[in-house]
Unconditional design. Structure first.
Lengths: 462, 462
């Protein structure tokens, strides 16, 4: 179903329905808040530059979210949601204008206890973590953008992160414990999702409901140490990273592999990044440092950095060179670069990594984030690519595919291009018919909704 | 090298060398303290019954251990070490008499900080854990015998335990951080082993040195919940246990699978063990309970017990039905039972489990402890066997081998029969030439020492 044409944000009846809410009409502010980091991709840059909401609403309570959702349903106005705006695929960029909810003031931590925490969607991940730590807990995983990103944005647009090397994926059972969503109907409902139902809204880009509260599993707080290890040889570095990930005796939060010359782009860490060497960036539990050192010695590497991890505003934490920050650090130095995002074959990921490094050399700079997937140590890759043309980029993708390395397309804003599991995709499409019958939530992002005849219109509502 | 004949414990010169130490000559006490739980095995029972030390010494300091070791070296007296006496293979049973050190009074916790703890060898594991918990930490793994077993005994005679489902094996890098050992020489040395050198004394049954201090990696304390899940079908239960182990989003301490009729032997837990059902016993982080419940629902099981884990002297903790306690619980009811201990093929362990269950039925009651091995979720098994004859027992072993299930022989007191890695075996043999040149430490347990010409005597000291 196509959404009805959005009325101008100036429509007096629509404005009246939002009376008393914090509204932003200023064009510069609207453009600014309608963007994320999609500009890493020259393709998305072309497609998304200039897209903006007609009106920003900054709710301060769930009741206000409900008022906005009800108004949009009644008036047929597209409705999007913005957290910290740190996504990379235009997850929250409004394709059809309309209203954008800025969740930044829905930022209360509701409670933290016995390994669980419940947060309003707009709580920044770093604040959630600090508050948890004050009670002896910590987030099990977070994106490298945690200083800006929100809890709600992470569960709607993220998949894994710093911590995934031990706690796996955000979608794994036990990771996200509950989501409270507001539906987009004339009379919006509040729905509490738990268990397998979490998949209805997790990693759905806000197309199936407005996530207003998130309950996360926490870990007891570990003391972490940042380490960098350098290797002469890429294959050795890759085997080391895999062996490290498989070392159950060493509790880890981060294991990131960067092929030379990627480290050349990393400002502020030069002493730890010797010329011409491939590096592995590590966060290990303090008690695991001697174990890491033993493993490094066994593999013939050199420890070039070892320091306690602290969240010091004056220092760039090691994780801000990893995950999607790797690409950002490189782009700061060289604007012609872009990147890919890929998933590796289970049980053969190291071999595939080495083969791709040998095939492409410096054109596709290997960058792998080691993590648990389906109970195994695997990696995904955010390769930094010397961009020449779209044609060459897709040729690289094709060649990677030949090595068993599958694209999780970072040059697309379409939900289904991100490797969402079929189970979730079915669940989400089905739920959208109940939660967003007019198709107003983040329209244009869920291709199965856009392309398929509406079950609701056929009377086939599930 | 064969040890020299032990002088009678009454030799005045030898007794004079031990002047002022706590000595025990009483025959009943000597017999009692010279035993462990080898009697699970009818074979070991025949071989080890009646073996006893000539003299028990109860040291109160490392200095006293040094005095005993020096005296034994000078007088050529065999020297063994006893912790809690909870081993199952006669690890500490003195085969040739001599002196047995009872480490029970070397029981100081030296320090606990930032995920590490250092303990004298005689500290009971439960006390180490309670002391760690008072500071917000906990042991990463322990044997089911933790209420009696000591830290030193565990690292000398144990391999894994409750906690291995996330932290892997005791031998994995990062698990044991240091061992302090006293050598058995005329002038004994104190040697601090770290890194790969830990393998010189870890799981060596005290044949390569007297472990007097142990430094362990700790975890931040998790709140745990005990759960029992029942299944109609063994194969489903086995697949569930594997899937649970592979669920990185659920932090676990225990995942034990017991085929019916094993649960029939478990007193005190009857309500949670429905007739004819196969069960999985679980300790999960409190925040993981909903994740476990989702997975149970997916596999069609029933949660029959869910209660917070507390160490209550009046209640049998769930872990006391698991690991080697499973066999003990069964033996309490039926003295004719015995057991096997086996290692499963990586990546095919569930299939092997199911095949063995189908092949043997109730003669070999499946009992699998799920754990991380080499970074993967695998299991080892402590099958409870209806014993008929030695011949039939070895026939079963042969048939299991045909399914890829390898024996880690619990009917042998020989170190090398326990699947010690070749690397450790080489390291241990080599170290023994330095640490125990007269071959007095726990003689008869290390077959490579007993059977090979001494490198030391050939002048080939490594």
């Amino acid at each position: 179903m196509q959404p009805k044409l959005a009325p101008p944000a100036a429509d007096p009846a629509f404005r009246a329905a939002l009376d008393g809410l914090e509204l932003i009409d200023d064009p510069a502010q609207r453009r600014l808040r309608s963007r994320d980091f999609y500009w890493y991709s020259p393709i998305l840059k072309r497609e998304l530059d200039g897209k903006a909401a007609d009106l920003i609403v900054v709710p301060r309570s769930i009741d206000e979210v409900v008022r906005v959702a009800g108004a949009c349903a009644r008036f047929g106005v597209p409705l999007g949601v913005r957290g910290g705006g740190t996504g990379n695929y235009g997850q929250m960029v409004p394709l059809q204008g309309g209203v954008l909810l800025d969740m930044g003031k829905l930022d209360r931590t509701l409670w933290i206890e016995r390994g669980r925490g419940r947060f309003e969607a707009g709580v920044k991940l770093i604040d959630a973590d600090v508050q948890a730590q004050q009670q002896g807990w910590e987030l099990r995983m977070f994106p490298s953008t945690r200083r800006q990103a929100t809890v709600g944005g992470y569960v709607c647009g993220g998949a894994a992160g710093v911590g995934s090397i031990r706690y796996g994926q955000l979608r794994d059972a036990g990771s996200v414990l509950a989501l409270k969503v507001v539906t987009c109907e004339e009379t919006p409902r509040l729905v509490e999702l738990r268990g397998a139902d979490i998949g209805k809204a997790l990693h759905a880009y806000g197309t199936t409901g407005i996530v207003v509260e998130v309950e996360l599993a926490l870990a007891p707080a570990w003391p972490w140490v940042e380490m960098v290890v350098a290797f002469d040889d890429f294959a050795t570095a890759a085997h080391f990273a895999q062996a490290l990930g498989e070392s159950d005796g060493i509790f880890l939060k981060l294991a990131s592999l960067m092929a030379w010359p990627l480290p050349r782009y990393f400002r502020g860490l030069e002493d730890a990044l010797p010329d011409g060497r491939h590096v592995v960036m590590i966060m290990a539990a303090a008690s695991g440092v001697s174990g890491v050192r033993s493993l490094v010695a066994e593999h013939g590497g050199t420890v070039t950095l070892e320091r306690p991890y602290t969240e010091d505003p004056g220092r760039t934490p090691l994780y801000e060179y990893t995950w999607n920050h790797t690409t950002l650090q490189a782009l700061k130095i060289d604007k012609t670069l872009t990147y890919l995002q890929t998933i590796f074959p289970l049980g053969a990921n190291v071999e595939a990594l080495i083969a791709s490094h040998e095939l492409f050399g410096e054109e596709v700079m290997a960058h792998a984030e080691f993590q648990r997937r389906q109970g195994r140590t695997n990696c995904s890759s955010l390769q930094v690519v010397r961009y020449t043309s779209d044609e060459r980029l897709w040729q690289i993708v094709h060649q990677l595919d030949g090595l068993g390395i599958r694209l999780s397309n970072p040059h697309s804003y379409i939900l289904e291009d991100k490797g969402a599991r079929v189970l979730s995709a079915d669940l989400q499409l089905q739920f959208k018919h109940e939660s967003d019958p007019h198709g107003l939530l983040n329209p244009g992002k869920m291709s199965r909704w856009t392309s398929s005849p509406s079950l609701a219109e056929q009377g086939g509502r599930p």
